[in-house]
Design a protein around this ligand. Structure first.
Ligand code: KE4
Length: 433
């Protein structure tokens, strides 16, 4: 284990040049290390649980591309499937058998999905699901939760507005007040806040969007009864319930979070893992809703590369492998080993960690109590977390560069790899004590 801060000269050079012609030097903001400072390692290769940067530094990867790489980097079977697909062509703009098989793979595994449409990202999936919910109900408002992220579609880039009515307010320039006024915001795990919104706006609400496990403010599972309460409000008011499982789909279980709950959503959004590392999103659910999507129905949605043969090949092979015995048990064991190890090491150095975790998706909070919503997450020790991040980075462990992002382990994160992480954690907690 390298005990010296890694030299990242080439990453620095590339980052400086990139900032001249790419906003912030990155193609997605979190990668710029704004929350943690310093220069992001520019990666050149990944294999299994490891990645290497431009300067030849090796890291244990806990980011996993923010979810897709549940099989680790460079899975041989996925690569073989891609090589075979690319030899046939990269895109056709015509339907292919693979898309039917992918749709069957999803419908067979995920409760409540009778029909599904493939798109190119999680954002496209949630944007399309929102449009479908509005089309199907004739209503305009969407309810989401503080701290939940559903991609960068305008309807979702809203924060809780001022006042008790939690009216949406633009969270980004460019999102109009008109758009934001149709986005309502409640507090995750707080059914009283949900009731307040439904009391005020119920008949106007087209859909409630929720991450069944909140993975964009770390990892916060739903309180007992929370999802059941959302289902009940939707049933009474006629709003649709949308599970955004872009992150949890096929991550937490073979069928996503619905394998753990009796609650059934009306629509679901998927992404990340179903692309096997290539760009894919999907939305699906009740047949009577999905049959309203063009060309079967009037709600328009389209995409040049939707159902792309390469992404479908990688995604199908990934789902096939995830269907094999023992995979989720191994992921659960890895998550449990890392979570327990981090808490024990932190305690030895006088720190109490609370780890939010479901399976191989987890987040260590620098807090004696497990947060249940965004305001409790923002009350955790962010400075301590940032110092820990940078100590771990200097010891060859790549955590996601934000306390609001989850760790994603893969089937390649075996005890040997996790031992390296825990060894780095021991030194890092000592360094920040
Ligand atoms: P994409 O458009 O990034 O494929 O998916 C948007 C999205 C939708 N729904 C959920 C629950 C999500 O977590 C995401 C994207 N997740 C972030 C990670 N927190 C993507 C990482 C990034 O923005 O670079």
């Amino acid at each position: 284990m390298n005990q010296q801060p890694f030299v990242r000269t080439r990453s620095e050079e590339i980052f400086a040049a990139a900032k001249e012609i790419i906003p912030g030097g990155v193609n997605s903001p979190v990668r710029a290390y704004g929350s943690v400072g310093g220069v992001p390692p520019h990666l050149v290769r990944g294999q299994g649980a490891l990645v290497w940067d431009e300067d030849g530094n090796e890291y244990v990867d806990l980011v996993g591309s923010y979810g897709p790489l549940i099989l680790g980097h460079g899975n041989a079977e996925v690569r073989a499937a891609l090589h075979e697909a690319v030899d046939g062509g990269t895109t056709f703009g015509a339907p292919t058998r693979g898309e039917l098989e992918m749709a069957r793979d999803i419908c067979e595994r995920v409760h409540s999905v009778e029909m599904v449409r493939l798109v190119n990202s999680g954002t496209e999936a949630t944007m399309s699901a929102a449009r479908l919910a509005r089309a199907a109900t004739g209503r305009e408002k969407i309810l989401k939760f503080e701290g939940c992220y559903h991609g960068h579609g305008d309807s979702f880039l809203v924060a809780a507005g001022s006042g008790a009515l939690t009216l949406g307010a633009p969270d980004s320039p460019g999102v109009t007040r008109a758009t934001a006024s149709n986005s309502l915001v409640a507090v995750y795990n707080d059914l009283d806040s949900v009731k307040a919104v439904f009391d005020q706006h119920g008949p106007q609400i087209a859909a409630v969007f929720v991450e069944p496990v909140a993975g964009n403010m770390g990892t916060i599972p739903p309180d007992a009864g929370f999802l059941e309460g959302l289902r009940a409000h939707c049933d009474v008011s006629g709003a649709l319930l949308v599970f955004d499982e872009v992150m949890t789909g096929f991550r937490v279980a073979r069928g996503g979070f619905q394998d753990f709950t009796e609650v059934r959503c009306d629509l679901i959004t998927l992404g990340k893992i179903i692309g096997g590392g290539l760009p894919v999103g999907a939305y699906g659910g009740r047949r009577d809703l999905m049959e309203q999507v063009a060309p079967a129905g009037p709600m328009y949605q389209a995409g040049t590369l939707s159902g792309n043969p390469l992404a479908v090949a990688a995604g199908r092979k990934t789902l096939e492998i995830l269907g094999r015995d023992g995979i989720y048990e191994a992921l659960e064991a890895a998550g449990s080993e890392l979570s327990r190890g981090l808490m024990e090491i932190a305690a030895r150095h006088g720190r109490i960690l609370s780890v939010g975790r479901i399976g191989s998706m987890m987040c260590p909070y620098f807090s004696p109590v497990m947060p249940r919503n965004l305001s409790e997450v923002t009350a955790t020790d962010r400075e301590g977390w940032v110092r820990f991040f940078n100590e771990m980075l200097s010891r060859g462990v790549l955590m996601p560069p934000s306390p609001y992002e989850a760790f994603f382990l893969s089937v390649e994160h075996d005890s040997g790899v996790l031992g390296r992480v825990l060894e780095a954690a021991e030194a890092s907690f000592a360094a920040i004590a």
